[in-house]
Design a protein around this ligand. Structure first.
Ligand code: ADP
Length: 266
């Protein structure tokens, strides 16, 4: 095209310089926009529980609730909404630490199947309540990583697979090697995700069904955290889902090459 030709023409260096600057400005604008959107979303998400806490507290303080059972119910709502705010804030803090340029969590030798089993045990009461059967299987694969991060990554996926499920459903966690990669697969036969949402579920605060997510205690940040942790380990995440049939989320992580003889025997 003529425009292109004029760019390729004389004064190359100068014009190339200009292109670079333009890209930088666009990127920083995009970052600003993302930050602005994040702050707006976060404030909105926190405002919802605060509004109901305030409402219930005012009713109770004004002595307008004569019925003890009602009063107790309102106190429980205040407790639950406070817990909700705590979860949102914890997830925001986690995301911001994962996004910091200098993210160096403590690392140790982490066995993926051990962590998956621990998460399943921790979630047993929740699974039982939802009448969802959780199983963990696979091989022992050890990575050098932050155990807490791996735990959070796996438990967020399992938590979703239980929450967006139906009574009688299942969640299967599999850990295995494929070539030189480690795979963690979390499969459920729950409600599934329609194709138009599948690409967006890793965005912060994105939910397919806000009502359902809130009801089951979701913050909308769980999968963003999962994606960040996977990325911090040099890994990737993918989703396969059919609405009404179920969802499979796969995390693929690079494995360290086997350490050859350099280790000190203890
Ligand atoms: P939330 O806290 O709302 O669960 P997430 O970031 O973990 O937030 O997930 C984003 C959205 O993706 C959820 O609100 C839900 O709509 C959808 N989702 C995530 N996992 C599943 C799943 N296993 N089955 C169906 N929908 C899912």
């Amino acid at each position: 095209s003529p425009v292109r030709e004029s760019w390729i023409g004389g004064g190359k260096a100068e014009r190339r310089g200009a292109v670079v600057v333009l890209t930088d400005v666009t990127q920083s604008r995009q970052m600003d926009e993302m930050r602005r959107e994040f702050v707006a979303n976060a404030s909105h998400e926190l405002k919802t529980p605060i509004t109901s806490i305030k409402g219930f507290a005012e009713l109770l303080a004004a002595g307008l609730v004569r019925d003890d059972r009602k009063a107790h119910e309102y106190l429980l709502r205040i407790r639950d909404e406070s817990q909700r705010m705590t979860s949102i804030i914890e997830d925001i803090l986690k995301l911001s630490s994962l996004e910091a340029e200098e993210y160096h969590p403590p690392r140790s030798q982490v066995d993926l199947i051990d962590v998956s089993k621990e998460a399943a045990e921790h979630m047993a009461p929740e699974a039982e309540k939802a009448q969802v059967a959780v199983t963990v299987e696979g091989e022992n694969i050890t990575l050098t990583a932050c155990r807490e991060d791996i735990y959070q990554m796996i438990s967020n996926l399992m938590d979703n697979a239980i929450k967006y499920n139906r009574p009688g459903g299942y969640v299967k966690v599999r850990v295995h090697r494929v070539g030189d990669k480690a795979k963690i697969v979390v499969e459920d036969n729950g409600i599934g995700i329609a194709p138009e949402h599948q690409g967006r579920i890793f965005e912060r605060f994105y939910r397919v069904d806000k009502g359902r997510s809130r009801k089951v205690g979701g913050t909308g940040l769980g999968l963003s955290i999962v994606k960040h942790v996977a990325a911090s380990l040099g890994g990737e995440i993918s989703v396969r889902s059919r609405e009404g049939k179920g969802t499979t989320i796969t995390i693929t992580l690079p494995q360290p090459p086997p350490t050859g003889g350099g280790e000190i025997a203890l």
